[in-house]
Design a protein around this ligand. Structure first.
Ligand code: BGC
Length: 815
């Protein structure tokens, strides 16, 4: 009994909601732009005469591909955004020439996918294996830059699910043409602003050494549909860039830990050993002493700020730090991000040199304006997980508290003295390793740094505080049990709505075209429990932009998987007679990384509310986002969907978005992919071999924070195995950690088609583990579950528990 006939509108023109959300998307994109370098060139004067060049100039990538894509109305490229801002652009011929090359390359790409699609079981694989890669442009010449006072060179990259980025020219490295063009512009002494439009880093170390004309660098990530306007806002100084990096940009790919063994690089896609343990991202670079090109938390502004430490206060939950921030510049209003780091004692358990434990963003400060910020830190943020003690422990010793603008320039402001080891939380041992491998242990450099800062603390009279940690209270968890109905009636709830002719993977939804799937409708007629509709994210809602309904029969004309991708560009649009066209124009907001780069919790919450508003409009109950895997290595094909290499930052950002989405009481999020979905090549079959400590401190931690701070309605398990067990089949993950330890009361669903034969998870074991729903569901899932129940492998209680949680979710959302 869904309360709508067809989703969307019969009117094609932009609604007020669409216009309002476009504004929010523009603001978010601008807030997420990180200024990495600026040698006095930005902001640009309105009179500047600009050569806009590079593959992304007019083909700016709004977001990555696959389920993270959004089929929005239109995207504003940087070229268009600059034109709209009144920029004087001198490179129109180059742009026109690139259009032709681009169109040809798109045609060849489409043909390849359509051909490959004939030879695979799931046509989505043909698409995922062949992400579009930008053609080379014409070599920049005199005509393109005549009269130019500055060049803006845009480097764009596309990646998506099912395939990791390549450590090759044109992807992680500059293409030959990009390199030649930049060197040519250098030779011509034309000042250059480099814009990176990519879901993650592109290595710039060599070009920065060779081309001294690169006066500014901006990373805009993949900024959503309004990206071009946002870039113009920043380049012309309408907005001062307020973004900060959420991952480390290394000088060399080799500088990332164990990077030569990542994904396909060592030829082993079956097994990924997380040998770096807890030393991920800046935790590794700072502990080992490797200088990155741009550090975690880094980002410049058009103004300068001063940050004065005010005080530290011990609180019930931990402590809080107050600082006074002043915009110390003369001209530009801007926002600052104040970051708080902790340096732990280097005794007992091996520890990283430092860790982000808190942050806050100022409001827009006018020149000379002052703001006091108070940043709360919960005690668990300074704890570590001890495998020996099976719990979280705050070890005795001195903990430095640092405040500043990024991981490298922060200042020591206080020292906490913990007199005794305190086990703040005891846990069960989970996810045991199947085979031992060498894990990076204590690091000498971190120990030396500890000695240095401790003597600095003494010399500089840094205030010491006695800190006595407390036991954490565990939230009890309550799982509803479906009592009334028969087991046979309940079993269909344990997988998604199987409907004849439904396409799979990301477009299995029936009622809302282009949605990803639905919960079962088995209880609908008899018990009035309708199915819930799910649509992808995290950069917006992924639905079909338009669809047709036969007027006589009132049935929706369906499209296959290919038709649902990239606005249907892979399939010829059919004109149906006697049909009504419905429009579902959703907003393409910036991708996860771009949003995260704002470090703006209020904005994240507001973004969440905007998502909820679109969910209501299009009758979507569950949003399959935020994506919150850790950016463990820069080549992961889906890093753009994720927030950060840091679990704390990921967790609090996801919690803010969740609060926003769930604020209306009938929309739910699905935080995903729990856990260790850190590689895309062989994502269904790869076994992530990880120590329990790294799991708890790095790969689970963000999820833990989101669960505890915002009670997400749902969690999606990942495809991969963790220490030999598929996430969806892991009782440790789905029941012990998430429910018994964190008190999670929502439902858990699998990722799409996780129960594929051979390398997938087993259907009945999903239910036994506490992974309540298998999505999108198939007849084999049903048969397998019934068979296991009859054989006594799966108990009635287990089935009733999963069903009870699903019914509770339906009651909550389908009001
Ligand atoms: C992706 C998920 C997504 C699902 C439904 C899968 O391929 O991994 O992130 O939510 O499809 O589209």
């Amino acid at each position: 009994m869904n309360h709508f006939t067809h989703s969307g509108s019969l009117h094609e023109e932009p609604s007020i909601r669409e216009i309002a959300h476009a504004k929010l998307a523009r603001r978010a994109a601008a807030e997420g732009i990180v200024l990495l370098k600026n040698e006095g060139i930005l902001p640009l004067a309105e009179s500047a005469s600009i050569a806009i060049l590079g593959c992304g100039a007019d083909k700016t990538v709004k977001g990555g591909i696959g389920s993270g894509d959004v089929n929005n109305r239109r995207n504003i490229s940087i070229y268009e955004g600059m034109k709209a801002a009144g920029a004087k652009i001198v490179s129109k011929d180059w742009i026109a020439d690139y259009q032709k090359r681009y169109d040809d390359a798109r045609e060849t790409w489409k043909e390849k996918i359509l051909e490959d699609a004939k030879h695979v079981d799931n046509v989505f694989d043909a698409y995922a294996k062949n992400p579009f890669s930008f053609p080379e442009g014409r070599a920049v010449d005199e005509n393109d830059i005549s009269d130019a006072t500055v060049a803006v060179y845009v480097i764009s990259r596309i990646s998506g699910e099912g395939k990791d980025r390549r450590r090759a020219k044109g992807d992680y490295y500059l293409s030959e043409r990009e390199q030649e063009d930049i060197l040519y512009l250098n030779h011509k002494n034309l000042p250059l602003i480099l814009i990176l439009n990519s879901g993650g880093p592109v290595e710039l170390t060599d070009i920065l050494e060779e081309a001294s004309n690169i006066k500014a660098i901006l990373t805009i990530s993949q900024p959503g549909q309004e990206g071009g306007h946002a870039v113009a806002d920043v380049l012309f100084g309408k907005t001062s860039p307020g973004g900060r990096l959420t991952s480390t940009w290394a000088r060399r790919y080799e500088d990332y830990p164990y990077s030569e063994a990542y994904s396909y690089l060592n030829g082993n896609l079956e097994k990924e050993e997380y040998k770096e343990g807890i030393y991920v991202g800046y935790r590794y670079f700072d502990s080992i002493g490797i200088e990155p090109l741009f550090t975690f938390g880094y980002g410049l502004s058009y103004t300068t700020f001063t940050t004065e430490y005010k005080d530290l206060r011990i609180t019930e939950q931990g402590f809080e730090v107050s600082v006074v921030v002043q915009n110390s510049g003369e001209m530009y209003e801007a926002r600052d991000v104040v970051q708080v780091y902790m340096t732990p004692p280097q005794n007992g358990n091996a520890k990283e040199y430092q860790r982000l434990i808190g942050f806050a963003k100022t409001s827009l400060l006018r020149p000379k304006e002052i703001e006091t910020l108070t940043i709360e830190v919960e005690q668990k943020q300074i704890a570590g997980f001890s495998e020996e003690k099976h719990g979280w422990i705050i070890e005795k010793g001195f903990y430095g508290i640092w405040v500043g603008e990024n991981a490298r320039t922060s200042k020591l402001i206080a020292v906490l003295h913990v007199p005794e080891n305190v086990l703040i939380e005891e846990n069960q041992a989970v996810c045991p390793k199947k085979a031992e491998f060498e894990d990076l242990g204590a690091v000498e450099h971190a120990k030396n740094l500890y000695k240095q800062w401790i003597s600095l603390a003494e010399e500089d009279d840094i205030p010491f505080f006695l800190y006595t940690p407390k036991r954490e209270e565990r939230k009890s968890f309550h799982s509803p049990i479906a009592k009334e109905k028969t087991v046979e009636e309940l079993i269909p709830l344990l997988y998604g709505n199987i409907t004849q002719g439904a396409s799979t993977l990301g477009s299995a939804g029936i009622r809302v075209p282009g949605s990803a799937g639905e919960t079962s409708e088995a209880l609908e007629e008899k018990y009035g429990k309708r199915s819930l509709i799910m649509a992808d994210g995290p950069a917006g809602l992924r639905l079909r932009q338009r669809y047709d309904v036969d007027r006589k029969t009132d049935t929706v004309y369906r499209v296959g998987v290919l038709g649902a991708l990239e606005n249907g560009c892979l399939e010829e649009a059919v004109q149906y007679e006697g049909a009504d066209t419905y429009y579902q124009y959703c907003t393409a907001f910036p991708v996860g990384t771009a949003l995260a780069q704002t470090w703006d919790l209020e904005l994240m919450e507001k973004f969440g509310r905007a998502i909820a508003c679109e969910m209501e409009e299009f009758h979507v109950d569950l949003w399959l986002a935020p994506g919150m895997n850790i950016q463990r290595n820069p080549l992961c094909g889906r890093n753009f969907e994720y927030y950060s290499e840091d679990p704390f930052l990921s967790g609090v950002l996801a919690a803010a978005v969740t609060r926003g989405v769930q604020s209306n009481g009938n929309s739910g999020v699905t935080i995903k992919h729990f856990a260790c979905n850190n590689q895309e090549d062989n994502r269904m079959g790869v076994d992530a071999c990880v120590s329990e400590r790294a799991l708890r401190e790095i790969y689970f931690r963000g999820f833990e924070i989101a669960v505890k701070k915002s009670a997400p309605v749902s969690i999606m398990t990942s495809y991969n195995l963790i220490n030999g067990v598929h996430a969806a089949n892991s009782r440790d993950l789905c029941t012990v950690v998430v429910r018994e330890e964190w008190g999670f009361e929502g439902t858990i669903m699998s990722d799409w088609n996780t129960t594929v034969p051979e390398d997938g998870s087993e259907p009945w074991k999903c239910a036994a583990a506490g992974n309540d729903i298998i999505m999108p569901g198939n007849t084999n899932d049903d048969a397998d579950i019934r068979d296991a129940y009859e054989k006594g492998l799966l108990s009635e209680r287990e089935i009733r528990s999963c069903a009870g949680r699903i019914i509770a979710m339906i009651d909550k959302l389908a009001k």
